[in-house]
Design a protein around this ligand. Structure first.
Ligand SMILES: NC(=O)c1ccc[n+]([C@@H]2O[C@H](COP(=O)([O-])OP(=O)(O)OC[C@H]3O[C@@H](n4cnc5c(N)ncnc54)[C@H](O)[C@@H]3O)[C@@H](O)[C@H]2O)c1
Ligand SMILES: [Zn+2]
Length: 347
């Protein structure tokens, strides 16, 4: 078995994160004697036939557009048609879309069945599959319907990252850098010292970096599972990222998070919270790894989207500001004030 990290809450084991490979590590994680049904997407089903065909499986489409209640309902119907019951174990194999959907299906089917994940994207491994948030989008609002519920295990399969496109890999790197930026200077500096090619080619190094990111996220989740305080830090760069994603289809989520992190760093400098040279380092690491650091959407369109953001309560909005590399603060600010500052720093 690969390296394991346990997530507990108030002394109770909630989830195990395993860094490993499906060939050796999946079977021992599955509950003995239970029926297992896999939920995966069509890309994984095609590329990893040998893995998927070992289990009964339900295959869904790809892309954010299928992350809907309709897909949840279709999977529920399929489970009923196949005679799944409360003893059935659901195994999500895929990226963040598959794991968000599987977690929600498992939490609601017959009031909840046991479930686990094989996480197959870098973004999924450092972020989406860890932490117990499950859910789908509604009317274009991301993750509007969902629940908190921890998978029994998350197997982060490092080898499967090989078949990811460079673009998807880079999108995952954005969340990795974000995690270093908000909570661990060493993680940030390790990524800072590497080129894109070195990161792509070195699975052992990646396993170390992923585990560091997972530890930071898991620590925060242990202290604040329901996002009433510290967990909000994980949204660093996401207010701007969601506004970009809602106003343009040109960027992947991680690509938009990179822009969001850089904008927040500039805002921190503008507010006198962080020295200019730290912001310059943040910008440089993203630029060197090949990220585009300007929003593809005009600022006016982004502001309209921001106002609709679900995190905007009344005329206040919560933002996460890096105050140093490895440390950030959550602040509630007036919307009008933020709008004005964004116009300045995104010029
Ligand atoms: N629950 C959370 O806490 C949380 C956190 C962050 C993001 N998310 C969600 O995660 C989703 C994004 O996740 P994602 O970036 O993993 O996207 P994704 O699940 O859409 O995967 C990206 C693409 O890569 C393909 N793919 C997956 N693994 C592959 C592999 N090993 N080789 C080749 N292709 C592969 C998929 O089929 C898909 O087309 C969003 O919906 C986002 O809201 C959730
Ligand atoms: Zn994210």
């Amino acid at each position: 078995m690969g390296r394991i990290l346990e997530i507990s809450h108030e002394g109770r084991l909630m989830s195990r994160i395993v860094m490993g490979g499906w060939r050796h590590d999946l079977h021992p994680l599955l509950p003995w004697g239970h029926r297992v049904i896999v939920i995966t997407d069509k890309t994984i089903a095609r590329r990893y036939r040998r893995l998927i065909n070992q289990y009964e499986h339900i295959v869904i489409g790809t892309g954010e557009k299928i992350k809907t209640l309709q897909t949840i309902e279709e999977i529920h119907r399929e489970l009923i048609a196949r005679g799944a019951d409360r003893q059935t174990f659901l195994l999500g194999i895929g990226g963040g879309i598959v794991t968000d959907i599987t977690g929600f299906v498992a939490s609601t089917f017959m009031r909840g069945v046991r479930f686990g994940f094989v996480s197959t994207t870098l973004l999924g491994q450092v972020d989406a599959s860890v932490g117990g948030k499950n859910g789908v989008n509604l009317d274009g609002y991301k993750n509007m319907i969902g629940c908190f519920n921890q998978p029994e295990f998350v197997l982060c399969d490092i080898e499967m990252l090989h078949s990811l496109s460079d673009r998807q890999f880079r999108a995952g790197l954005a969340e990795l850098i974000k995690t270093g930026l908000l909570g661990n200077r060493v993680l940030f500096e390790m990524v800072e010292a590497m080129s894109f090619e070195e990161l792509r080619r070195d699975p052992l190094l990646m396993a170390d970096l992923i585990l560091m990111a997972v530890k930071i996220k898991a620590g925060i989740v242990e202290r604040d599972e329901r996002e009433s305080g510290e967990r909000r830090k994980l949204n660093l760069g996401h207010t701007v990222a969601h506004a970009i994603e809602k106003s343009s289809r040109k960027m992947l989520h991680g690509e938009a998070v990179a822009v969001g992190c850089v904008v927040m760093a500039r805002l921190s400098v503008n507010m006198g919270l962080m020295p200019e040279r730290e912001a310059a380092r943040i910008e440089a690491v993203f630029a060197r790894l090949g990220f585009t650091l300007t929003s593809p959407a005009p600022i006016e369109k982004m502001i309209v989207a921001l106002r609709k953001d679900k995190k905007a309560a009344a005329d206040q909005i919560r933002i996460v500001l890096p105050v140093a590399i490895g440390r950030c603060e959550v602040r509630s600010v007036a919307f009008d004030w933020l709008e004005e500052r964004l116009r300045e720093v995104m010029k």
